[in-house]
Design a protein around this ligand. Sequence first.
Ligand code: KG4
Length: 336
Amino acid sequence: MNILAFESSCDETAAAVVRDGRTVLADAIASQAEMHTIYGGVVPEIASRKHVEAIAGLTDQALAQAGLTKRDVDAVAVTYGPGLIGALLVGVNFAKALAYGLGVPLVPVHHVRGHIAANYITHLDLEPPFVCLCVSGGTTLIVDVRGYTEMEILGATRDDAAGECFDKVARVLGIGYPGGAPMDRLSQGGDDRRYAFPQVHVHDAPLDMSFSGLKTAVINLIHNAQQKGEKLDLPGLAASFSAAVSEMLVPRVMAAARSRDYGKVAVAGGVAANSRIRADLEAACARSGDRLYLPRLSLCGDNGAMIGCQGYYEYLAGRRAGMDLNAYANRDIQLG
Ligand code: KG4
């Protein structure tokens, strides 16, 4: 079964063709990140307009890459939330028109479920159940993936997402947008104990997380140093900050894994590319005996292949959308 899949929830427009869930025939992506860099973050209206410009060409590119024509498409899958509403609507409306025109089913896909599915493409043997840490620019969740379309949130951030925290600190340092990858590079070789940052524990919710206090502490440290004309140890700052983020995430996902005892831990989303978090998870899983599943680096960020993969499992579960499908800025992963 060939699924043509679309992703346009933030600043990447993507069209992919995925066969039978796990075989990626084509994955075409147009990133707008460079354009948003000058603003230090995504400008939603510009993002929507760029999606409109890119989506039809990417569709042709994906079909050509797959060696298929539109007539070979058996279903259309699309990210319908969560994300920037104007950006999502571009993908949703394009997918609707295509599904209607081709007379094939339209399958709505939750963006974060898509990120989780990036692991199925990377690890062909992976099947639920497993515990997954979902960390991206807009989401930080610990999810019990009981089945391909059956999920329970075990822990969530109470404020910012981990990726947002990386992006805001990087913006204050002036090292670019999105900030996660440059922060990661800056941290290489830095002393992770150079600066001490606060760790938050949410009372009565041990698996919940919080990043806003950490973000403020780092930004205050940078501003204070700037005001006093002091020079910061930037690799040490980036390494200490990355260690603090990892310290918030890794013990909690490992505690969640212990509570479920599936023996399998996965990670999903753009922040899954972070070298410190990956290394800490590898060490923690080596200690606990859990098998760790990390998505291929190229599949950590937003892409269409992950939507095509999850779209297949949603399709098998009977999920269909009509021409009244809407986009949602916020959408509970448990509802799909
Ligand atoms: O999954 P994604 O591409 O988009 C969303 O769905 O949000 O994630 C983007 C986020 C950004 O916040 C970016 O800074 C972060 O992932 N990111 C990283 C790294 N690479 C990307 N954060 C930390 N370390 C990285 N190496």
